[in-house]
Design a binder for this molecule. Structure first.
Ligand code: ARG
Length: 267
């Protein structure tokens, strides 16, 4: 995670962001601290990336890279406003011992924001941020089956805003963010799909952090929480409205260094 010291709405690169609707900074700090406490309480160990002035979205560490074992496939951000983050992400990951892989220059890829394992299959979203050639390239790099899914709603511009693996064979998703092909492909790979209510999708219900049976989301997702409880999970909520203003929530604020192992059944 990366503390929100320099977090704010300094530009608009997705439909949630509006520079007229500024962040309440002290409140953002409180919400971020509460999320961190909630994850620690669930058993996660948190490592920190140092915040950098002028990089307000660096808090969204899900976008730093995709971690695969000892490899970190570094993001190449679509928007120039976030490209300055790449060097800090690369340095941190290398210092932490990862083998940092970079993609060819003409490809865009936004890390765990757009690439999530469910079982042994990598599900990857493209169009608004990551692009299809990058996803194909990553599949070859890691030698795993990759299912590309086109994202169709600009409000759900990263895969992690509309899809969250819980364990192999089971995931949460927002159907309206995918096209027919994507929904069909997903149904073939994931046996049990828990569809979120569109109103709860807007509360970033799908942007959940999974730590074993604990599933952490923003507030305002009661139907999803009920569905999770029924299936033996331990859903927990923590307010993240200040981050929704930038188009992010719980999952976006974290990067799993053990490589999305929740969805792979190892975490
Ligand atoms: N303002 C950030 C952006 O538009 C939010 C990123 C949210 N991250 C995520 N993994 N969905 O890039």
């Amino acid at each position: 995670m990366c503390p929100p010291e320099f977090y704010g709405i300094e530009y608009e690169i997705n439909p949630w962001m509006n520079q007229e609707r500024q962040v309440d900074h002290p409140e953002a700090v409180r919400q971020w601290e509460a999320l961190r406490a909630c994850l620690t309480d669930a058993g996660a160990e948190i490592e920190l990336l140092e915040p950098v002035q002028g990089l307000p979205d660096l808090v969204f560490t899900a976008n730093a890279a995709m971690v695969f074992g000892a490899q970190a496939i570094l993001s190449r951000f679509r928007y120039p406003q976030r490209q300055g983050e790449e060097v800090y992400n690369a340095r941190w990951l290398a210092d932490d011992g990862f083998q940092v892989e970079t993609l060819p220059e003409e490809m865009f890829f936004e890390g765990a924001g757009d690439a999530l394992f469910c079982g042994e299959t990598l599900l990857a979203g493209y169009r608004f941020r990551s692009d299809a050639p990058a996803i194909q390239h990553i599949g070859e790099l890691i030698g795993r089956r990759v299912i590309p899914m086109e994202l169709v709603d600009p409000y759900y511009y990263h895969l992690d805003t509309c899809f969250c693996p819980l364990e192999p064979g089971r995931a949460i998703y927002h159907a309206g963010a995918l096209d027919d092909y994507g929904r069909q492909a997903l149904a073939l790979v994931v046996e049990e799909l828990i569809e979120v209510d569109p109103e709860e999708a807007k509360r970033f219900a799908c942007n959940a952090v999974v730590v074993d049976k604990v599933v952490v989301t923003n507030t305002g997702c009661p139907k999803l929480h009920a569905a999770l409880s029924e299936r033996g999970y331990d859903p927990r909520e923590t307010p993240l409205d200040e981050f929704v203003k930038a188009g992010g929530s719980a999952k976006c604020l974290t990067l799993r260094l053990d490589g999305e192992d929740a969805g792979r059944g190892l975490g």
